[in-house]
Design a protein. Structure first.
Lengths: 262, 364
């Protein structure tokens, strides 16, 4: 099921792009990332709008009143919050959906990259079975997995004075941090739990992503870096980017009801 | 909030585990390969090389004592004229083993990638193809004599006629390298990668089956194509087998074919349905070949007569697959098997009728 729905289609699309552009796997991954971002843009836009709406409503008088009224009864507070969401037509899960969609894409892409590179006989045999009948695999085997200084099927290091520097993992961590910070509208409400969670994610997620790409094939790092950059473009196009959040000593930009930056 | 942190960290940890699983499932894996002498079969399968007694099917020895998890053996072992068993691993090491005891006498560790193709051993030299694009030429003591760097990985066994050594690459090339000068004599481009071994005919012709589905006959003197035939709509994995003036080869669609080596129309074709990865074993009366079973995660072994008529179809059990090359050993036909279950055999020994004489399940 996973193979049929995710890995095989991804592999075939990657190979088709690779063939179309004349055999550059790095560019194929970049174009594939752009394609995925275009296809998931409506979901992304919905997530961005949902997050902003969440911030707005958590700064609203009604919401703050609920917090005060049921501060000693967490269960009741949760029920009333759900009622409040329903009354204003807001679905809190809708904003999480794109994040969850990104995860299988990431897993699937990683497997597709490794499959397409087919560095061993068994991998090539699996690839031979995975390609669609109309695609002539012999035209692209073996894939050129070299891109810039990287072998996209291997973890990447740049050696300086005998030390292997994981440049791509560092770039992944940096772009993930920047993307988390500048897309994080901060609530004026000091008890806003989602904002606290967001701040925590902005610290842990770059570390996690950096660790992940330190250990895995650099093709995955390329996908994540390009994905982060495209994500910034998407936020910027929707006017929801807060560059000032990056400045040292600056508090993150609070969002008032109505979605305006203070 | 504390619970949320725990859930979040738990989810991140889960992600690491899942991705680790993805990676481990895609690391180097392979199917076994076998060869035999008068007493033993030698099978490179997974983390070990085994010697198996041909009479009893019992293990004589296995190498190494403690396997590296990252080092499955895939390349078919090769016996040298002075009695060494040469086999390379995915750990980038080429080993010389004593066929009697399984002890390593020397290791060659200069290669930068995996040993996938079997070596060619002559009276004085070992031609060892590696996935790092190099053909390493060693003496029988394992000392490097010279190397030749090709355009891509070499997965098939080289052949030599005493003037040149010939081999194919994944980069769709067939090379001839002069044994005196160690320089390229000629190079010829195919329509697809060359995964399998080449075959040298008695009439200075080199036969190649390409991943592009074409069968080539090249002149060894200059590499010019004597004839070629686009024989498959998919791929040829292993090299053809030349015997009795005919070439035999199977393709990714399960078509098993015979062609006259001199060129001309196909003699016959048998549709075995599932992909054919290995090269066949051919005796005077019998052809043995393994296939996948379409739509099922298992395989068949076919016994055909010399006209391609199916004599016996032998289904394999469980998820076993017959991707390797069957080989003859006295009265036996040895079929290496790829299996995902440690309780299943990695080699079956058939008699000429297809009856199983013994099976080899590696002891724990």
């Amino acid at each position: 099921m996973w193979e049929t729905v995710i890995v095989n289609p991804f592999t075939n699309v990657l190979l088709m792009i690779y063939k179309l552009i004349g055999g550059n796997f790095g560019v194929a991954i970049i174009l594939f990332t752009v394609l995925i971002r275009l296809l998931t843009h409506p979901l992304m836009a919905s997530q961005i709008k949902g997050s902003t709406k969440m911030q707005e409503l958590q700064n609203s008088k009604e919401w703050l009143d609920l917090q005060k009224k049921y501060k000693d009864d967490k269960e009741k507070l949760a029920q009333e919050q759900m009622k409040y969401y329903q009354s204003i037509g807001y679905n809190p899960l809708a904003s999480c959906l794109p994040t969850f969609i990104q995860l299988p894409i990431m897993f699937g892409l990683y497997q597709s990259i490794m499959r397409a590179i087919a560095a061993s006989p068994m991998q090539l045999l699996i690839l031979s079975r995975a390609v669609y009948p109309f695609f002539r695999l012999a035209d692209v085997v073996p894939l050129n997995s070299q891109f810039l200084w990287m072998n996209l099927g291997q973890p990447e290091r740049v050696y300086l004075f005998g030390y292997g520097i994981p440049v791509m993992a560092i770039l992944v961590a940096a772009t993930t941090y920047i993307q988390s910070k500048v897309t994080l509208p901060v609530s004026a409400n000091p008890n806003d739990q989602s904002a606290m969670m967001g701040n925590m994610m902005a610290i842990y997620m770059p570390l996690f992503m950096g660790f992940l790409t330190y250990s895995f094939a650099s093709g995955l790092a390329l996908y994540i870096i390009i994905g982060n950059l495209l994500s910034l473009v998407q936020y910027a196009l929707l006017g929801k980017i807060y560059w000032k959040n990056l400045l040292p000593g600056k508090r993150p930009v609070p969002v008032q009801a109505g979605g305006k930056k203070k | 909030m504390k619970t949320k942190y725990i859930v979040l960290i738990g989810l991140l940890a889960l992600l690491v585990v899942v991705l680790s699983g993805c990676a481990s499932g895609l690391t180097a894996s392979a199917w076994p390969a076998v060869m035999a002498d008068a007493n033993n079969a030698y099978i490179a399968g997974g983390p070990y090389v085994y010697a198996v007694n041909l009479q009893s099917g019992a293990q004589v020895w296995r190498f190494p004592d403690k396997p590296s998890t990252a080092a499955p053996f895939y390349a078919t072992p090769t016996l040298t004229s002075d009695g060494q068993l040469i086999v390379g691993g995915f750990d980038k090491k080429l080993y010389s083993l004593d066929p009697q005891t399984g002890k390593s006498t020397w290791q060659f560790t200069d290669a930068r990638d995996r040993w996938i193709g079997p070596v060619l051993a002559t009276d004085s030299l070992i031609f060892a193809p590696n996935a790092d694009y190099n053909l390493y030429v060693l003496n029988l003591k394992g000392e490097l004599q010279w190397t030749f760097m090709a355009d891509q990985s070499i997965w098939g066994r080289p052949v030599t006629d005493g003037t040149n050594v010939y081999f194919g690459t994944l980069g769709r090339k067939v090379y001839a390298v002069n044994l005196q000068t160690h320089k390229q004599a000629w190079v010829q481009t195919m329509d697809g990668a060359v995964l399998g071994s080449l075959v040298l005919g008695a009439d200075n012709t080199l036969y190649v089956a390409s991943y592009g589905g074409t069968l080539y006959a090249l002149n060894t003197a200059d590499g010019k194509t004597a004839w070629s035939k686009s024989a498959s709509s998919t791929w040829f994995w292993s090299g053809p087998v030349l015997t009795g003036g005919n070439l035999y080869v199977g393709d990714g669609n399960g078509k098993f074919m015979a062609f006259p080596a001199a060129g001309g129309e196909k003699l016959w074709e048998q549709d075995l349905s599932g992909s054919i990865v290995g090269s066949p074993f051919i005796s005077d009366t019998t052809i043995v070949i393994g296939t996948e079973v379409p739509g099922a995660d298992t395989g068949n072994v076919y016994f055909l007569d010399s006209t391609g008529k199916i004599i016996r179809t032998l289904p394999l059990s469980g998820k076993d697959q017959a991707y390797g090359n069957p080989v003859g050993a006295g009265d036996l036909i040895l079929m290496p098997l790829s299996t995902s279950d440690a309780k299943d055999p990695i080699m079956l020994a058939y008699d000429s009728t297809g009856a199983i004489k013994w099976s080899f399940i590696p002891p724990k």
